[in-house]
Design a protein around this ligand. Structure first.
Ligand code: WQD
Length: 338
């Protein structure tokens, strides 16, 4: 298959590029480099020994998208990663998030149809499950969001579902990610957030490297074994391999499927802190502070559908996630140094 990765220079996009190339497929990335570096794709080529071309452009721009389809011959499928993704920022700038994250999908669908490309895997998020749910989360559970970012994912799922129902040729898989962390074992690609990280693991890595003074643990009074928030952390390489399986599934199945990509295991913030310390032989200074508004106590995945439909499950454990995260940070203290 030849696969277009929108947002392909990003954290999950670049790891998916490696997994696709290593599975014998071809890729081309379209990325506006708003929150990523072209260096990531150079390193994808270094890791795989294969071509990972990048077109710098915007998924909301029909000209940019058509350039990819014109320049790179027939594209068999698209993985749509491109989008704004900071939960907190989306509350401050809702219009930017709705415009960018929805326009990109509308434009992509139109251009795909122009060029006879009918398979799309969409980067959705467990955030669409909202709050007050029983665990583990299953794909047929009710949904509802707590941020404009989450609503853009939810709305994109609705748009893609309706388009797949209207067009018998369109094949869509909606992947709901849990908490991707870790990095490729080479330490050559990884998560490179702009500014102060919002998410736990990149924040921990910057504390470990001395870039940040200490970790604030957001709340220790949740109804969990140690009182801190519990999440389903999944190694980004497992997530990437899940995308390869989802693409191969999509090529053979019209319609739309929603599939969780998680491990089915929940770990607390302190589980992550202690595992990171043990695996990497260091101490992480932290303070317990107030809960972060909007956080849920517990969130982890029911993984049976991914196994049943994709014959895929996560293989890497929490130790590997902590080791690989630190390996990336240690060797790339300034990220890609953009
Ligand atoms: C994990 C746990 C925090 C930072 C978000 C988005 C989700 C997806 C993944 C995009 C929670 C705690 C965190 C810190 C802390 N993103 N924490 N101190 O909130 O589960 O999910 O990122 O798709 O859509 O909602 O991830 O890494 O921010 O938090 O104590 O400095 O770590 O309270 O329990 P989250 P996270």
């Amino acid at each position: 298959m030849k696969v277009l990765l929108t947002g392909g220079a990003g954290f999950i996009g670049s790891h998916t590029a490696v997994a696709l190339l290593e599975a014998g497929h071809e890729i081309v990335a379209l990325d506006n480099l708003y929150n990523s570096s072209p260096e990531a794709l150079k390193r994808v080529e270094e890791i795989t020994g294969k071509k990972a071309p990048l077109v710098v452009g915007d998924c909301t721009d029909e000209k940019d998208l058509r350039k990819v389809f014109e320049q790179y011959g027939h594209i068999d499928a698209v993985v749509h990663f491109a989008g704004l993704k900071a939960v907190g920022e989306s509350v401050q700038k809702p219009l930017d998030y709705y415009q960018n994250n929805l326009d990109s999908t509308f434009t992509l669908l139109r251009v795909m149809r122009m060029y006879g490309c009918h398979a799309l895997v969409f980067s959705s998020s467990a955030t669409v499950y909202g709050t007050n749910q029983e665990m583990p989360l299953r794909e047929d559970f009710p949904t509802g969001c707590t941020s404009p970012y989450g609503w853009t994912k939810w709305m994109n799922e609705q748009v893609l579902t309706d388009c797949a129902h209207a067009d018998e040729k369109l094949k869509v898989v909606l992947l709901r990610y849990f908490n991707p962390i870790g990095a490729h074992e080479s330490g050559r690609i990884g998560e490179d957030p702009a500014g102060i990280p919002n998410n736990l693991m990149p924040f921990i890595c910057q504390v470990a490297s001395g870039k940040l003074d200490h970790l604030n643990v957001f709340g220790s009074d949740y109804p969990t074994p140690d009182g801190t928030g519990v999440r389903d952390y999944i190694h980004v390489c497992d997530l990437a391999e899940g995308h390869v399986a989802a693409l191969e599934y999509a090529m053979g199945h019209a319609g739309v499927e929603i599939i969780n990509l998680g491990t089915g295991e929940g770990y607390s913030v302190l589980d992550i802190v202690h595992t990171f310390e043990r695996v990497n032989g260091l101490k992480l200074p932290y303070q317990i502070t107030a809960r972060r508004p909007g956080d849920v106590a517990i969130c982890y995945s029911d993984v049976t559908k991914a196994e049943r439909l994709l014959h895929w499950h996560a293989k890497r454990n929490l130790e590997a996630m902590c080791r690989d995260s630190w390996n990336w940070q240690k060797h790339n203290p300034q990220g890609y140094g953009k």
